[in-house]
Design a protein around this ligand. Structure first.
Ligand code: BDR
Ligand code: CA
Length: 310
């Protein structure tokens, strides 16, 4: 089994990704770590605790409430709803269902010390917790199996600005630290996630158990946003694409590239990408690690993987 820790700002598509991972026997989800993003970190933790009830033993660790340096941008309630799960009302959680006291970044350091080389980090929100963990222990890069990041845009436009994707835009300094560190990263960005559309008819095939009902109701709001904002029949499959990548990497095309994230000015949050072979034009790029950037996807394959897991 692939051991994963999911760093997340749930979020409707985060919830889809987490449920997909929890239902995949190939994966063992060790913990959820929460970060501000789609909602406040307090709400993200409540939402993660709610999702943890779909698993047997799934600890939740609370992470960063705000970006490293820039002021927070606010939360996109029009996309994910006020509480993050569309108009699904979060039930009162059992009083003994609490987050762990260790902060998320410390947990990431600790978990990778306990199981060096074994853990894959899946990042579904702003990269603040991963950056904080790197600051606590830079040698952590050597103990992580791989990092799969939902975020960025290589050959396509952004989704919060013409050039920036939301998770990069939310904390560009953190994202730049993560992409600058010496660990193997796969970037699952808008180039692939915007190509896979989940519509209501497909969602309706989910079972009518508690989890299925929750996902259907939460996604209906998210799908409405895509319909109104872009005229799409369905929602883009951002976060679950990372889980599809882990389950079946052959569904994706990728290219090697060196990623930096622009941290100021009009292009803030843009993933700037240089090729692996720099020839004579180095200008500092030789120090930026070469990572793996998804460029194309078998969308039908991703949908099949998602729906068969759920
Ligand atoms: C990303 O931003 C969030 O709104 C989604 O959950 C996803 O992680 C897409 O740009
Ligand atoms: Ca997310």
């Amino acid at each position: 089994k692939t051991k994963i820790i999911i760093d997340t700002d749930p979020g409707v598509d985060d919830a889809l990704a987490i449920c997909m991972a929890l239902n995949s026997p190939e994966l063992r989800v060790k913990a959820l770590t929460t970060v501000f993003g789609n909602v406040s970190v307090e709400q993200a933790t409540q939402n993660a605790l709610f999702l943890s009830q779909f698993a047997h033993d799934l600890p939740v660790y609370t992470g960063a409430a705000a970006p490293l340096i820039i002021p927070p941008n606010g939360y996109p309630a029009h996309v994910h709803g006020q509480g993050g799960f569309g108009d699904f009302p979060l039930p009162t959680m059992p009083a003994d269902l609490l987050a762990q006291s260790l902060p998320a970044a410390d947990y990431l350091v600790q978990a990778t010390r306990e199981e060096p080389g074994d853990i894959t980090l899946v990042a579904l929100g702003p990269l603040t917790n991963l950056a904080l963990a790197l600051q606590l222990d830079p040698s952590m890069t050597q103990r992580v199996k791989q990092v799969v990041v939902m975020g960025g845009a290589a050959h396509t436009t952004g989704n919060v600005s013409p050039v920036a994707e939301a998770n990069m835009y939310a904390d560009p300094h953190a994202a730049d630290l993560v992409f600058g560190a010496d660990w193997p990263i796969t970037m699952v960005g808008l180039d692939v996630t915007e190509k896979t559309i989940l519509n209501e008819a497909l969602l309706a095939t989910l079972p009518d158990d508690t989890q299925g009902q929750f996902l259907k109701q939460a996604s209906a709001f998210y799908i409405d946003f895509y319909r109104q904002a872009m005229g799409l029949d369905g929602c883009m499959v951002h976060d679950p694409s990372t889980i599809a990548y882990l389950l079946n990497p052959a569904l994706f095309n990728h290219e090697p590239g060196r990623v930096r994230v622009i941290a100021e000015g009009l292009a803030i949050g843009q993933t700037a990408i240089a090729p692996p072979h720099l020839e004579f034009m180095q200008a500092g790029w030789e120090d930026v690690p070469v990572n793996n950037i998804c460029t194309d996807v078998d969308s039908q394959g991703v949908l099949d993987t998602l729906l068969s897991a759920l």
